[in-house]
Design a protein. Sequence first.
Length: 279
Amino acid sequence: MADVKRSPALPPATDGRQAQATRAAKSRPHRATRRETEAAEDALPRYIQVARQLTAAIAGGRFPVGSQLPTEMELCKELNLSRFTAREAIRVLVDQGLVVRRQRVGTIVVATPDESRYTLTLSSLRDLHQYAHNTELVLSNIRRESIDDRLALQLGLPAGEPWICATGVRSDTESAVPFCVTHLYINPRLNGIEAKLRKRRTAVYSMLEKEYGTRIERVEQELQGVAFSPEDAARLGVRDQQPGLRIIRRYFDASGRLLEVADNIHRSDRFNYRMQLTR
């Protein structure tokens, strides 16, 4: 039998070196094994898995910009999907700004993943709830703040009154790309709202309805072109004074009481807004 050459053994570590090596090993971040990665992927909803497959195919050039994606029926046949799963997978790509649906044409690729935008389509409060489900808003700096004259004029808030305020960044849950800074203002007559904001897991207006037994009956929306302030630019990693789209939403209950104002400033290169109007 041929001799096998062994690598020279490392010199035994001293107690100090051994402790240092142990600490380094503990501090080293855990790298998921291939099996762990595959298990995590399998745990995702099927439509998310399919959306990721299609995204990878677009990124890899199988479906270049301007080309047409397979139809829902073709995806069902090729991947053994239900019609619902195929439709939801394409919806994810629409929300990411990768594709658009065109009547009598099909689903067309309009961007690659590195240049995609989140597209918000609104026709009812239900769409706002879906928007909150498809994105993640992380709030910080929850505080009471007196409303100055400038904010009162811009947002329609009562000047001089202390409202509950918070600042947050919204990201697409699929790509984890941040695209919006939100400045939130909540009616201070909602007792205990600060703690509830820290624990919320859904849209803020939905949380208000559930926790306070009220109902949002009307939402006013105002759109403006703005330039990012230095503070908001830093939060999204864009340059100071970069153009953005500002959407102010005011939420009213059945009695006309203003409960919430959300001042949202979106990256113009990462966000599309689309509204549907029907007779």
